[in-house]
Design a protein around this ligand. Structure first.
Ligand code: AMP
Ligand code: GLY
Length: 416
C-alpha cells in the first residue's frame, strides 16, 4: 500500500513511524513533513490547506491511502477534495470536522445526541457575556468559538480576565467548570462502526504542577493505571457511538479519528471538547502501544470496512512522551536554534525522538522551526520505566533556550 500523510508535526512523525513499521506499506510519503519525518518517509512540499494541490500530489504518487493529520486542512475541506478525486482518505469532511472547528456546533451535536458535557452559553454581545459569566460563577471557562490550536481557552478565577478574553473572541462559548482529571480517548471510525483506542492523558499547561498558560500539550502517557477499566466501554456507549450516529443522521458522516477530550468529574464523565484528528502529543504514546498494523486500520476506516476488522491488539506496557519546546513557547517561539545530541538520544533502547517543529538549515543541521520542537518518547514494562527512559533521552538533547516539563506521568507512575 502506498501511503501519503499530510502534516508535519510530532503526530505525523508518530504516524509515519508506525506506518513505516507496517509490512503492508510499500511506499511512505509525507507533505510537508519535517527533518525527522524525512528519515522514515519521502517528504514533499505542498500547501497542506490547498485541496487541489494535495490531490495532485496524491495522484502523482499513486497513493492508495491519504492520511490527513492536522485540523486546519480538514476544516479547509482537503479530505473532501481528495475523496472527490477518488482517493481513500483517513480524515473527516469539512462539515464533519466542524465538530472541532466550531465549539458551538459541537455543543449542538452533543445536545441532540444526549452526550454529557458542560452546560454552556454561546455569546456574541457584552451583555450575553456578562450574564453567562454571572450565571456560572468562578472558575470561569471562556472559549473562542473557532480553531485556536488549543490556545483559545481561558480558565480563570479572575472575572476581569475572563471578560477581557470573551470580548476579544467575538463569538464565544462560556461554560460550566468541570472538576476532575482529564482523559483523551481516540476512536477510529468509518462513520458507522467505532473502534476506540487506548486512553491517554495529556499535560496542557506549560509548567510543572499544571501551572502557567495552556499549550498545545507538553507531554502524555498511556495507559492510565488510575482509570476505571470500564471507562473505554462507557465512553464508547455514551459519547463516541452516539456522536458518530448523530453526524450520520444529519447527512454528514464522520469518518476518521474522533478525539474525545473528557473530564472524569465527581458527577461522571463529561466531554470537554471534540477534535477531528489524532491528538498531539497523545498519539505518540497511543501508537507506541498499538500492535495492530496501522495502515490496515486507517485504510479500513477510509473504505468503510471497519466492522470486519479483527479486534485491535495492544502492548501491556506503558509509553511516555515529553515535549521539548522552544524558548518563549506558548508565546511567539524563537526558532532557528541548532538541536544537538539527537544521535546520542537515538542510541538509547526503547526511546526515540519524534520531531515536531524542526527543519534543516542551509548547512544541513537540524534546527528548531516551531513552538513545540521535539516529542521525546519511550516505552517500558511500566510507566516508571518508560518515564525514566524518556527523561534520559531528553537529557541527551540540547536546544538553546528550550524548556520541558519534568513531571510528565510522575503521579501516575508513583501510584501504579
Ligand atoms: P479545550 O481546547 O476545550 O480542550 O480546552 C483546553 C483546556 O482547558 C482543557 O484541556 C481543560 O484543561 C481546560 N478546560 C476546558 N473546558 C473546561 C471546563 N469546562 N472545565 C474545566 N476546564 C476546562
Ligand atoms: N493534545 C491536545 C490536542 O491535540 O488538541
Amino acid at each position: 500500500m502506498k501511503v501519503l500523510v499530510i502534516g508535519g508535526g510530532a503526530r505525523e512523525h508518530a504516524l509515519c513511524r508506525s506506518l513505516s513499521l507496517d509490512p503492508d506499506v510499500t511506499a511512505l510519503h509525507c507533505a510537508p513533513g519535517n527533518a525527522g519525518i524525512a528519515e522514515v518517509a519521502e517528504v514533499h512540499q505542498v500547501d497542506a490547506l490547498d485541496g487541489r494541490a494535495v490531490s495532485d500530489l496524491a495522484a502523482s504518487l499513486g497513493a492508495d491511502l491519504v492520511v490527513v493529520g492536522p485540523e486546519a486542512p480538514l476544516v479547509a475541506g482537503v479530505a473532501d477534495a481528495l475523496r472527490e478525486r477518488g482517493f481513500a482518505v483517513f480524515g473527516p469532511s469539512a462539515r464533519a470536522a466542524e465538530l472541532e472547528g466550531s465549539k458551538a456546533f459541537a455543543k449542538d451535536v452533543m445536545a441532540a445526541a444526549g452526550v454529557p458535557t458542560a452546560r454552556a452559553y454561546v455569546c456574541t454581545t457584552p451583555e450575553e457575556i456578562d450574564a453567562a459569566l454571572d450565571a456560572f460563577g468562578a472558575p470561569y471557562v471562556v472559549k473562542d468559538d473557532g480553531l485556536a490550536a488549543g490556545k483559545g481557552v481561558v480558565v480563570t478565577g479572575d472575572l476581569a480576565a475572563a471578560r477581557e478574553h470573551a470580548l476579544a473572541c467575538g463569538r464565544v462559548v462560556i461554560e460550566e467548570f468541570l472538576d476532575g482529571p482529564e482523559v483523551s480517548l481516540f476512536a477510529v471510525t468509518d462513520g458507522e462502526t467505532v473502534v476506540p483506542l487506548q486512553p491517554a492523558q495529556d499535560f496542557k499547561r506549560a509548567l510543572d504542577g499544571d501551572e502557567g498558560p495552556n499549550t498545545g500539550g507538553m507531554g502524555a502517557y498511556s495507559p492510565l493505571p488510575w482509570a476505571d477499566p470500564k471507562l473505554v466501554d462507557e465512553v464508547l456507549r455514551t459519547v463516541l457511538q452516539p456522536t458518530v450516529d448523530e453526524l450520520r443522521r444529519r447527512g454528514t458522516p464522520f469518518s476518521g479519528l474522533l478525539y474525545a477530550g473528557l473530564a472524569i468529574t465527581s458527577r461522571g464523565v463529561r466531554v470537554i471538547e471534540f477534535n477531528a484528528r489524532f491528538g498531539d502529543p497523545e498519539t505518540q504514546v497511543v501508537l507506541a502501544r498499538l500492535k495492530t498494523p496501522l495502515a490496515g486500520l486507517l485504510h479500513a476506516a477510509a473504505t468503510g470496512t471497519l466492522a470486519s476488522l479483527p479486534p485491535l491488539r495492544w502492548s501491556d506496557g506503558a509509553a511516555v512522551t515529553v515535549v521539548v519546546a522552544s524558548h518563549n513557547y506558548p508565546g511567539t517561539p524563537r526558532t532557528g536554534d541548532v538541536i544537538e545530541g539527537l544521535a546520542d538520544a537515538a542510541e538509547l533502547d526503547d526511546a526515540y525522538v519524534l520531531h515536531a517543529g524542526t527543519a534543516h538549515d542551509a548547512e544541513g543541521r537540524v534546527v528548531s522551526a516551531g513552538g513545540r520542537v521535539l516529542s521525546v518518547t519511550a516505552t517500558g514494562p511500566d510507566l516508571a520505566t518508560a518515564r525514566t527512559r524518556a527523561y534520559e533521552a531528553v537529557s541527551r538533547v540540547r536546544l538553546s533556550g528550550s524548556h520541558h516539563r519534568t513531571d510528565i506521568a510522575a503521579r501516575a507512575a508513583e501510584a501504579s
